[in-house]
Write a protein that binds this ligand. Structure first.
Ligand SMILES: [Zn+2]
Length: 527
C-alpha cells in the first residue's frame, strides 16, 4: 500500500513538473518571438524617438508629443482617457481585459535651454536658448509603445488574459504629476508598474534606490510698491523678503544633514529698479533620502519664509509645485526583469557611435568615462546599505503605491553631467535608436513573464507588503487642495514654438532626423 502511494506521489509530481516545463517552454518560445517582433519595429521606434526629440516640449506643455503618441496608441487598439488629473497633456491608454493589470510608464518632457543638434559632439544649438531633450526623455515612451504592441499581438493570438496600461510622466523635470495620479486613484486597480528611464547601460534595481525625494515649493511675498527714489519709506519690498529668505536658508544649510540637497531660483524679482517690488517669489527644491526628513526640511523652510516676511513687513504665501517620494523598487519584478536583460544584452555599437561618444566625453571633460559607450552589461542594482544622495524622480510615489521597477536602458553616452545640451547629442542618433530596441525587448519579455505567470504578481505584492511597506506608510505630499501647476513653462514654449515647428521631423520625407537636418554622423571637432 505504502509503495503504491509513493508511486502515485512520484507520478503526480512528475506530471506537474512535466506540465510546468511545458509551460516554461511555451513562455521561452513566446519570449523569443516577442524579441523578433520588437526588432521588426526598429523603424517605428526610430521614427517616434526622432519625432519626440524634434518636438522638444517642456513639462506641462507636451501637447504635440502627447497628441502624436496617443494617436499611435489609438490606431493600435488602445482606449485613451485624455487630461487625467486635470493635466491637459496627461493620458491613460488602456487595452485588454482582466488581471493582471500592468502599467508601463515613462517621462516625456525636456530641459530648458538644452537645444542641441543631434550627432554633433560640441555645443551647437538648433535654436539658441530653446528647450531641448537634454536628458533623453524622448526615448522612454517609444520604447514602451514598441514593447506593448508587440506583447499585445501575442496576447491576442494566444488568448492570454490581462490588461496593459500606458501612461506618461508629464513634467517629470518639475516632479509635477505622478503624486496627483496616485492621489486621484489612477493606480488603485493596477497590479504592478514598469517604468523606463534612459541611461547609458541596461539594468534594473531593487530596494531603496540611490537618490532623494523632494518637495518643490514656491514662496511668494506681497509688499507695497512705491517710488524707489521719491518715497522709498512708503514701500515694503517683497524682493527684500526673497533675498532674506535666500540668505536665511544658506545659514540653515550648515545645520542640515549633509545628505540633503536644496537649491532655488528667483524667477520673479520685481519689474524695474525704480519701483519697490510689490511682488516677488523664490522657488525651492528641498531634497532628502526619506519622507520624514523631507517634511522636516519643508517645515524649516516655511519658518524661514515667515521670518523673512516678518522682517520686511510683507506677507508670504506658499504653493507646492511638485513632489516626489524617494524611490523603492520591487525585488521580484527586478530579478525577473534582470534575467531578460541578460538575455538581450547591450546593443552593438558602430565605430561611428563610439567616435561620437568619445569626442563628446572629451568635450565635456568627463571625469571618469572616456572610453565611449558601455560594452559591458551592468549588474543588477542591489539595495544600498547606506542612503546615497542625488536626484529624484516622482516615480518614487508610484513605487510606494504598488510594486514598481525602473528599467534603465542604454540610449545615451556615459560621463555627461545631466540636464545639459550634451545629454541631447545622442538622443536622435543610432545610439538612442538601438538602446530603445534593446530596452523594448527586455520590457516585452518581462511583460510576458508576468502575464503568463500571475503568481509572480502575487510574489511582487508579498515583497511590497512585507518587506518594503513595513516601516513607512505612503501619503502623497500633495494635499486634496493642491493642483498640478500646469501653467509652468507656457511662456517659454510660446516664445520658441513657432521657430521650433519649422524643425519638426517629417518622417514622410526623410529616413531619419539626422538626414532631415543634413548632419553628417558623427560630427566631431577636427583636431
Ligand atoms: Zn529623467
Amino acid at each position: 500500500m505504502r509503495k503504491c502511494l509513493l508511486v502515485w506521489v512520484l507520478l503526480c509530481t512528475g506530471m506537474t513538473l512535466w506540465a510546468q516545463s511545458g509551460e516554461d517552454r511555451k513562455l521561452e518560445k513566446l519570449k523569443a518571438e516577442v524579441q523578433e517582433k520588437v526588432e521588426g519595429r526598429a523603424k517605428m521606434a526610430q521614427v517616434m524617438v526622432d519625432k519626440i526629440f524634434s518636438f522638444a516640449e517642456l513639462g506641462f506643455q507636451e501637447y504635440a508629443s502627447s497628441k502624436y503618441l496617443t494617436d499611435i496608441l489609438e490606431e493600435n487598439g488602445f482606449t485613451i482617457e485624455h487630461g487625467i488629473s486635470d493635466v491637459p497633456t496627461a493620458w491613460w491608454a488602456k487595452w485588454g481585459n482582466g488581471k493582471p493589470v500592468i502599467a508601463v510608464g515613462s517621462d516625456l518632457d525636456c530641459i530648458p535651454k538644452a537645444s542641441q543638434k543631434p550627432g554633433v559632439a560640441y555645443h551647437d544649438p538648433q535654436i539658441e536658448g530653446a528647450p531641448g531633450h537634454g536628458e533623453g526623455h524622448n526615448s522612454g515612451i517609444p520604447l514602451n509603445i514598441v514593447a506593448a504592441i508587440s506583447v499585445k499581438e501575442i496576447m491576442e493570438r494566444e488568448g492570454i488574459p490581462g490588461t496593459l496600461i500606458l501612461w506618461p510622466g508629464v513634467a517629470e523635470e518639475l516632479v509635477g504629476t505622478k503624486a496627483y495620479f496616485t492621489r486621484d486613484g489612477y493606480f488603485d486597480e493596477v497590479d504592478m508598474c514598469i517604468f523606463t528611464h534612459v541611461s547609458n547601460n541596461m539594468t534594473v534595481s531593487w530596494g531603496q534606490a540611490r537618490g532623494t525625494g523632494l518637495i518643490s515649493v514656491e514662496y511668494t511675498f506681497e509688499g507695497e510698491a512705491a517710488h524707489a527714489a521719491g518715497s522709498p519709506w512708503r514701500g515694503r519690498s517683497s524682493l527684500d523678503a526673497v533675498e532674506l529668505m535666500s540668505i536665511g536658508w544658506q545659514y540653515q544649510r550648515e545645520h542640515l544633514d549633509p545628505i540633503q540637497r536644496s537649491h532655488h531660483v528667483i524667477k520673479n524679482g520685481g519689474d524695474q529698479p525704480n519701483v519697490v517690488p510689490s511682488e516677488a517669489s523664490i522657488w525651492f527644491y528641498l531634497r532628502n533620502v526619506t519622507y520624514p526628513r523631507i517634511m522636516e526640511m519643508y517645515e524649516k523652510c516655511n519658518n524661514i519664509a515667515d521670518g523673512a516676511a516678518l522682517m520686511t513687513g510683507t506677507e508670504v504665501k506658499r504653493k507646492v509645485l511638485g513632489s516626489a517620494w524617494p524611490r523603492h523598487f520591487n525585488q521580484v519584478i527586478a530579478e525577473t526583469m534582470y534575467q531578460n536583460i541578460r538575455q538581450v544584452g547591450l546593443p552593438e555599437w558602430s565605430e561611428a557611435d563610439q567616435t561620437l561618444a568619445r569626442a563628446l566625453q572629451r568635450e565635456v571633460n568627463s571625469p571618469r568615462d572616456t572610453n565611449g559607450l558601455s560594452t559591458k552589461l551592468d549588474t543588477i542594482g542591489l539595495p544600498i546599505s547606506r542612503p546615497i544622495s542625488g536626484g529624484s524622480d516622482d516615480i518614487g510615489d508610484i513605487s510606494w503605491k504598488l510594486p514598481t521597477v525602473t528599467l534603465r536602458f542604454p540610449a545615451n553616452i556615459p560621463g555627461l553631467q545631466g540636464h545639459h545640451w550634451s545629454n541631447a547629442v545622442a538622443m536622435a542618433t543610432p545610439i538612442a535608436h538601438k538602446g530603445v530596441v534593446a530596452g523594448a525587448k527586455a520590457e516585452a519579455m518581462t511583460l510576458l513573464d508576468f502575464f503568463l505567470k500571475p503568481e509572480l504578481v502575487d510574489q511582487a505584492w508579498e515583497y511590497f507588503r512585507n518587506e518594503q511597506g513595513m516601516k513607512q506608510k505612503y501619503v502623497p505630499m500633495v494635499t486634496e487642495e493642491d493642483k498640478p501647476a500646469t501653467y509652468l513653462n507656457k511662456d517659454i514654449m510660446e516664445t520658441y514654438r513657432k521657430e521650433m515647428e519649422a524643425l519638426y521631423y517629417d518622417e514622410t520625407k526623410y529616413d531619419t532626423y539626422l538626414e532631415q537636418l543634413g548632419i553628417k554622423y558623427p560630427t566631431v571637432r577636427e583636431d
